[in-house]
Design a protein around this ligand. Structure first.
Ligand code: NAD
Length: 343
């Protein structure tokens, strides 16, 4: 008999584009296992611009401040102009310094079997601090575009420590520090320096190694199995985690969590996919895997394991897959198949 009540207040942001379709699917599956989340639904992104002319309404921020926990669909960010990325604003508002992006093989028979690695990306600093400007040059008032980045010693230390702590708690054996300290000597140099200091403290418990980001990117393709936990600065982490997602079936299968001591926001790595929005063909698994991470975060390993095995069983049998996974199923078909496999 199911006895759980909806006891954990949780902010739910359906998001833009395919967001509402995949959120509906995920909520349906969470309901099917009687997950303990009491949803507080709020809007953000273009949906909020259209409704209240504000991409991040105060009610949404207040709700996350209160619950400290959110499941968020993808949000559209205008390219090159318009409002600042809501994802970046949320990270800054709640100091969500650690972005955790696990990658593991779910679809059997692909090019990369048995991948199981985690990328820890620093989420607040680097080039995402958005210190940008233009200055006149060559007779053009905006002839040169400038983009500044920074890292702080404190944050470098904290993100690498997060990666090592994660390794210890999750029985991971090795952390790889990824940088470009040969060229970006100050910013990446400081990250590497702090990384090495932190690694010393975990000596004998977790191994450490180092890679320059370009070599890491190549090795992720030639021999991804050598990596266990990768920790790196903001921009490199963003790029490498999409690359890693590509090894195991693409963005439709890549979840992520943004974590601080104030809040944890779980989301898919992918965006709002405007090209397929409203067609009912989006893959809900990335957001579902994010919800599985959220269940583990609140200590419900039992429910997380149930959903994980339903995903494995549906995807392994191969009969019900969405287009991005080489199938023809709709979001609703996949949702129904997953619900059927929940035991
Ligand atoms: P995207 O991730 O939305 O789409 C890239 C490609 O992957 C598209 O062809 C899309 O159809 C496909 N795809 C993505 N998710 C899928 C899914 N669940 N099922 C099937 N196919 C899927 O990237 P983009 O097109 O560069 O960005 C679109 C918008 O999303 C932009 O406004 C961008 O700023 C925003 N974005 C938001 C987030 C976020 O909210 N966390 C992350 C990345 C991009």
């Amino acid at each position: 008999m199911m006895t759980d009540s909806k006891s954990i207040p949780t902010t739910l942001i359906p998001g833009d584009g395919i967001g509402p379709e995949i959120t509906e699917s995920v909520v349906e599956i969470l309901d099917a296992v009687n997950a303990p989340f009491a949803w507080e639904r709020h809007i953000a992104g273009m949906a909020a611009v259209d409704a209240v002319n504000n991409p991040l309404p105060k009610d949404t921020i207040d709700s996350i401040r209160k619950t400290g926990l959110a499941l968020k669909g993808p949000l559209t960010t205008p390219v090159g102009g318009g409002f600042k990325s809501i994802n970046v604003t949320l990270r800054q508002e709640f100091g969500l310094y650690a972005n955790l992006r696990p990658t593991r093989t779910i679809i059997p028979g692909g090019r990369y079997e048995d991948i199981n690695l985690v990328i820890v990306r620093e989420n607040l600093e680097g080039y995402y601090a958005a210190m940008e400007n233009t200055i006149p040059a060559d007779g053009d008032p905006k002839g040169i575009a400038l983009s500044g980045g920074y890292v702080s010693r404190k944050e470098c230390n904290r993100i690498v420590r997060f990666a090592f702590d994660y390794a210890v708690k999750n029985n991971r054996k090795k952390v790889t520090l990824v940088h470009k300290a040969n060229i970006i000597k100050q910013m990446c140099g400081m990250f590497l320096e702090e990384g090495r200091k932190v690694a010393e403290e975990y000596k004998g418990r977790v191994a450490v190694d180092e890679r320059i980001v370009d070599a890491c990117s190549m090795q992720l393709v030639t021999n991804p199995w050598q990596f266990d936990v990768i920790v790196t600065t903001n921009l490199f982490g963003d790029i490498l985690s999409d690359q890693a997602a590509g090894l195991v079936g693409g963005l439709g299968l890549a979840p992520g969590a943004n974590i601080s001591d104030k809040a944890a926001v779980f989301e898919a790595v992918h965006g709002s996919a405007p090209d397929i929005a409203g067609k009912g063909i989006a893959n809900p698994l990335a957001l579902l895997l994010a919800a599985v991470m959220m269940l583990r975060h609140v200590g419900r390993q039992d429910l997380a394991d149930r959903i994980d095995s339903a995903i494995s069983s549906v995807i392994t049998s191969g009969e019900v897959r969405t287009g991005d996974m080489g199938g023809k199923a709709s979001t609703k078909d996949l949702t129904a198949a997953l619900k059927q496999k929940l035991v």
